[in-house]
Write a protein that binds this ligand. Sequence first.
Ligand code: SF4
Ligand code: SF4
Ligand code: SF4
Length: 301
Amino acid sequence: MDKSRRKFLSTAAAATATATMMATTGHTSDRLGHNPDEMFSVLVDSTACIGCRKCEYACNKTHELADHPPAYFEDQTQLQLGRRPQHDAFTVVNAYEDKGAKEGEAYVKVQCMHCNDPACVSACLVGALTKESHGPVMYDTWKCMGCRYCLVACPFQIPAYEYHDVLTPRVRKCTFCTERLHEGKKPACVEICPNEALVFGTRKEMLDIAYGRISANPQRYQDHVYGEYEIGGTSWLYLARADFQTAGLPLLDNQSPAEITENIQHGLFKSFLPPLALYGLLGLIMHTSGQREKSEESTDA
Ligand code: SF4
Ligand code: SF4
Ligand code: SF4
């Protein structure tokens, strides 16, 4: 990176940090006006997951995703590949090391976490992603302009994009089986799970079940429900015996990224520094540092 660009980026970072400091007031815990206790939720108990991949199969069939033969979903070697959800696979199950488990490994299902205060929703400039009051983070193809900011914003790296589709690419991710929820059914993956590794209900019920399992069997679990507080809380919650990062769940702050970025924006407005003025300021800094760079170079020469 050349010197002027490095200077610009460091000055821009300082300007952003200042904006963040200006924006420390106005915090509310229920920013979206929803009641997380009453939202739909799924508890993923990775100590109960047997790695059968039936949830992957049910999701694939329900949403008519990749055209795999049934044998594909019985192939246990797929568990070892550290897969991520894709545009044609809304959920995957991966193995991870768990010394307390039989065979020394456990399994974890991965999909959209349906965050309480989602970064993808905050990043989307056109309202194509929304957090519904009953839990799901929903996507509207018609509003989407394909900017892919949501892909960058998601702390779990979940939204996938149909890069192969030149004419009508969509962002794709777990829908929480919202059509099934409207029909009074459980998500397809939960319904098929044979070992109660997936449990469905309200978020309050899932937290009660999670802490009930922990207190009934403290050797089996970390004393922590992942997703209760991380990034402002998520609708999908996890239990594990090994630490959650070993299971592939990222270490995150409790404050939601959406709240941080919106605080920056509000701080800028509160301080009579609208974004256009900030961009102007950053442009001026870049221009000035470029000029200084040139004059330093001509002095050196
Ligand atoms: S790609 Fe679509 S859904 Fe994602 S942020 Fe851009 S407009 Fe919103
Ligand atoms: S909730 Fe529905 S869309 Fe999401 S992983 Fe389960 S089956 Fe797939
Ligand atoms: S269906 Fe249940 S037990 Fe089977 S892989 Fe999925 S979460 Fe695990």
